[in-house]
Design a protein around this ligand. Structure first.
Ligand SMILES: CC(C)(COP(=O)(O)OP(=O)(O)OC[C@H]1O[C@@H](n2cnc3c(N)ncnc32)[C@H](O)[C@@H]1OP(=O)(O)O)[C@@H](O)C(=O)NCCC(=O)NCCS
Length: 157
């Protein structure tokens, strides 16, 4: 299914509330369950435990709300993108770009992030959206045992 499906309302982007946090945790927990190349280093409960009211004070968390269903979330602070996760039924429909464009508006100078080297879909997405790798900030010693690349977007202005 895609967001063009008649039954699904177009998602609106809004700041997350505490009530949205279990849905955000479920999106990332499902992703971890379904991604074979990424070893799980935190239990479902530990992941859910990250999604607290304190998180909303430390970071800007935005959700894509599709008629009450949380289709995606992003988490950012100081121009560093900590997370962007789209629920499977909403991927490749432009929602990631909509969320990233909103973050570019909030951080017009630059945005930075890390991405697992094996996450080819996300790397292609970030490259398409103007991010470039900063090779010297590659990390070969992650907790997960999968190297991460550091990527940066800078406004053309
Ligand atoms: C990566 C992600 C955030 C992109 O969001 P999205 O809403 O799917 O992206 P958009 O629809 O705006 O853009 C899609 C583009 O991203 C790239 N892309 C996304 N998924 C892809 C895949 N499975 N294979 C190849 N390219 C892919 C392509 O360039 C694609 O363009 P195309 O569909 O015209 O080929 C989303 O797919 C996702 O949440 N993935 C799982 C979680 C994840 O990996 N998060 C990033 C952690 S660093």
């Amino acid at each position: 299914m895609t967001i063009e499906d008649a039954q699904k309302p177009a998602p609106i982007i809004r700041p997350a509330t505490v009530a949205d946090l279990p849905a955000c945790a479920a999106i990332i927990n499902d992703y971890l369950d379904q991604t074979e190349w990424l070893p799980r280093t935190k239990s479902h409960e530990e992941v859910a435990g990250i999604f607290t009211a304190e998180l909303l004070q430390k970071r800007t968390v935005l959700v894509a709300d599709a008629g009450g269903e949380i289709a995606a979330y992003v988490s950012v602070a100081d121009g560093f993108l900590y997370a962007i996760y789209i629920a499977p039924g909403y991927r490749r429909s432009g929602l990631g770009k909509i969320l990233l464009d909103e973050l570019k508006r909030q951080y017009p100078a630059q945005l930075e992030l890390t991405v697992f080297e094996l996450n080819e879909a996300a790397r292609r997405f970030y490259e398409r959206e103007g991010f470039h790798e900063v090779p010297e900030r590659r990390d070969d010693k992650t907790e997960e045992g999968v190297p991460t690349l550091f990527m940066r977007w800078r406004s053309a202005a």
